[in-house]
Design a protein around this ligand. Structure first.
Ligand SMILES: [Zn+2]
Length: 48
């Protein structure tokens, strides 16, 4: 399972079609909304 970096939900990377490659890493999302938010501002969701 992967973690949606936007909302923190667990996402099954085998079934989801919502993925995005950023700086060589692939991220998975629970919804189109989360994917759109991530695309707009990836660094916002990757800094910890
Ligand atoms: Zn999400």
């Amino acid at each position: 399972m992967a973690i949606d970096p936007v909302c923190g939900m667990k996402v099954d990377e085998k079934t989801t079609k919502l993925s995005h490659v950023h700086k060589g890493s692939t991220y998975y999302f629970c919804s189109q909304r989360c994917l759109d938010l991530f695309r707009k501002d990836p660094t916002r969701y990757l800094t910890k």
